[in-house]
Unconditional design. Structure first.
Length: 735
């Protein structure tokens, strides 16, 4: 049986727009386990509609310990009990809920109607007129107020009876208030479009239970939007075509669909501006608006007249002071960065991208004579990941931030506080690892910057593209409308860096066998697939002396996949001990000391997607909790957030983007099949700074280098930039 506390609400400490509440409750009763809290005031958390100090609430859930706020009662559901005692009813009627009812009038009403007062007000309000001093208007107002007050609880109760969780029901009520039930009954799929965390599958399951037919037009429309969303985020495409929709739609709705119903659904979605159709391309409205907005802003910056500062002599002075010598392409990049409104600097590993960022910052500060405080206010350094931002900061000795943190992302609403209405004051922005930025994030960044803010995009366009939809950096470069500096000179090659030379060979499609085992930094251990796991373990044991080493692999399943490697490496680096607590999460066993990777952004805890940490403590009692140490930042996880991290003795190549490691161990075997392609192999190889160890089959390496057949992303940004956009449409988009 679930634990509970019963008592009176005292105060709200915090409440989000979605109804997530932190408040205080005076406990009058509790389950046996929590009897010690009776008579005390405790902090509670959970999802609630409006609370008041008169009703009695029963909260079901458990006691948890928050690292900042201490002990709290985490409520998973609740019940509201209207006042039953006469004194409590008097207090209720003269509270702020009922306007114009003072204590004397409330006492008179209860004196006449007794314990049935609230029932009479709800069901027989005309009887109130019999009480001296109560007018017909006032009786109706009391009835309406109490009815409206009851609607919130009744709505949430009925929604939970339909199959929604308390959290979902509260979110729905926060959005629609008294229209919640009518909205759901009119078109339950509206929730999929308009309410955060309402997935199509979750809603569709409830809809089927409620008797909605498989071919109901409302269901078909929602399924089409779901198909477009899934295709966008699995393929990286920003648009799709009709054939693809028709291929996947029957699989989603579990029935064939006739042309008439399909065409009707498409037309209604177009009429409602949920879809955009241009020629034969179907776009989700948000992606279409993001791509066209990006194009508008880029064209604006690219066509603005450039500045002419005559900075050559100043750059030469910096070279002398720093004892450096920039080559011609580096000088061109640094000078153009200050003179152009928008510049792309791209190049592979070892071409000096980081050196150029340092030089740009130094030249900008020197020319404008900014002290450090003014510099950090005017110039902003950004990266898509926390690790990449940390590297920028270490190289420039200035603050660097993730894009999400800079834009002040609000987790509750999934919105940015820095936006088109509240723009940043930054005058100059440099973004590193730009190949990782997807369409939605880049559009959000541009919306948060003033229209004349200088923007420098730095990155390697030959690396893997963003996880989300879009191919921003590559599309901008290939459009030829933005000044692009291609860095080609290698500064670490030959005996000093076989890794760099090998990586550039990969990029050019050449298998440079001569670099394998030529020096200590690039080792190839040729073994068959059955021996790979054992060899990974043998090599890994030797690399504990390095500050960082990481095993990378392209897929999770298969005998040489990430999951299998993690199990083996856990046995070596963190074996089972009586002194180490363990916890089973799904099919994965974690123990204290395990290496883990963060899977999603948690800015409120200063931990981001891709951050790597170690499990410091596991509490495996009824109050399950895991503490993870991210370079001194201790973050606590409860069962509701256990899915936000994963074992990291081995991680995916995609998750390694934006990171660098002293040593990278990379298994590469034919069993990886369609994951053997150039861009992925190139990205993996360029994560290594001091040593790259390839374990597997030479034929698999050759195949990966030669294979450029990975699906090309379908995006429109390059086309919009090259051909322009219809001005009538563009005028509707806000700068």
């Amino acid at each position: 049986m679930e634990d509970y506390v019963k008592g009176n609400y005292k105060k709200t400490i915090f409440q989000s727009e979605q109804g997530y509440t932190i408040g205080l409750l005076k406990v009058r009763d509790a389950s046996e386990k929590l009897h010690s809290y009776i008579g005390k005031t405790i902090t509670f958390t959970g999802y609630f509609p409006e609370l008041n100090e008169v009703d009695t609430y029963i909260l079901k859930g458990s006691i948890v310990v928050h690292k900042k706020y201490g002990e709290q009662f985490e409520a998973t559901s609740f019940e509201k009990i209207l006042p039953e005692e006469k004194d409590a009813i008097v207090e209720f009627l003269c509270s702020d809920i009922f306007k114009g009812i003072g204590r004397k009038k409330a006492e008179k009403i209860v004196e006449v109607l007794g314990k049935d007062t609230l029932s009479v007000i709800l069901n027989q309000p005309a009887n109130l007129i019999l009480i001296h001093g109560i007018s017909q208007k006032q009786a109706q107002e009391m009835h309406d107020t109490l009815s409206k007050y009851e609607v919130s609880y009744e709505s949430i109760l009925k929604l939970t009876e339909m199959g929604f969780s308390t959290k979902d029901a509260t979110n729905i009520y926060a959005k629609y208030k008294e229209k919640s039930l009518s909205t759901v009954l009119d078109d339950i799929y509206t929730l999929f479009y308009e309410v955060k965390e309402m997935t199509f599958k979750k809603i569709d399951l409830i809809a089927q239970k409620e008797g909605i037919l498989k071919k109901d037009i409302r269901r078909v429309k929602a399924a089409i939007i779901y198909v477009l969303q899934e295709l966008s985020f699995t393929t990286g495409n920003t648009y799709t075509n009709q054939d693809e929709i028709l291929y996947y739609l029957p699989r989603v709705i579990d029935t064939e669909i006739d042309n008439e119903t399909f065409n009707q659904a498409i037309q209604e979605l177009l009429n409602a501006s949920q879809l955009v159709l241009v020629k034969d391309r179907y776009y989700l409205k948000s992606l279409f608006e993001d791509e066209t907005y990006i194009a508008k802003r880029i064209l604006h910056l690219a066509h603005n007249e450039k500045n002419h500062y005559h900075l050559t002599h100043l750059l030469e002075k910096i070279e002398q002071e720093e004892n450096l010598s920039y080559n011609e392409e580096q000088k061109k990049a640094v000078l153009n960065a200050l003179e152009q409104n928008l510049l792309v600097i791209t190049g592979g590993p070892g071409t000096g991208k980081t050196t150029i960022i340092e030089a740009i910052v130094k030249l900008y500060q020197t020319f404008f004579r900014y002290d450090k405080k003014d510099l950090e206010r005017k110039l902003v350094l950004l990266a898509p990941t926390g690790r990449a931002a940390k590297r920028m900061s270490e190289k420039t000795f200035l603050k660097a931030s993730t894009i999400h943190r800079f834009l002040k992302w609000n987790k509750e609403t999934d919105t940015f506080s820095i936006n088109e209405y509240f723009k940043s004051e930054a005058e100059f922005v440099i973004v590193d690892e730009s190949s990782m930025i997807d369409t939605a994030l880049f559009a959000s960044l541009l919306r948060g910057l003033s229209v004349n803010c200088k923007l420098i995009l730095v990155g390697d366009s030959d690396q893997l593209p963003s996880v989300g939809p879009g191919n921003i950096l590559k599309d901008i470069i290939e459009s030829n409308v933005v000044e692009t500096i291609q860095l080609q000179t290698l500064y670490r090659q030959g005996e000093d860096s076989n890794i760099i030379s090998f990586a550039h060979g990969i990029r050019e499609g050449e298998f440079l066998d001569k670099y394998l085992n030529f020096g200590e930094d690039l080792i190839f251990d040729q073994v068959n697939e059955e021996q790979v796991l054992e060899e990974i373990c043998d090599f890994a044991k030797d690399f504990t002396k390095y500050d960082s080493f990481q095993v990378l692999a392209p897929i999770y399943k298969t005998p040489c996949g990430i999951d299998a490697i993690n199990i083996k490496l856990q046995e070596i680096f963190n074996p089972k001990k009586i002194t180490k607590k363990e916890i089973l999460i799904g099919e994965s066993l974690y123990r204290e000391g395990d290496k883990v990777i963060q899977l999603i952004n948690m800015p409120e805890e200063n931990v981001y997607n891709g951050d790597i940490g170690f499990i410091k403590e596991i509490k495996n009692s009824k109050k399950k909790e895991i503490q993870i140490d991210f370079d001194g930042n201790l973050v606590k996880y409860t069962p509701s957030s256990f899915q936000k991290f994963k074992s990291a003795w081995a991680i995916s190549v995609h998750k390694s983007q934006g990171s660098e490691f002293d040593v990278v161990i990379l298994p590469i075997v034919s069993g990886y099949r369609n994951m053997l392609y150039r861009k992925l192999f190139y990205t993996a190889a360029t994560r290594a700074k001091k040593m790259l160890v390839l374990i597997g089959e030479k034929e698999a390496i050759k195949r990966a280098i030669q294979n450029t057949s990975q699906v090309k992303r379908k995006t429109s940004l390059k086309e919009f930039l090259k051909n322009g956009i219809n001005e009538n449409f563009m005028s509707t988009l806000q700068m």
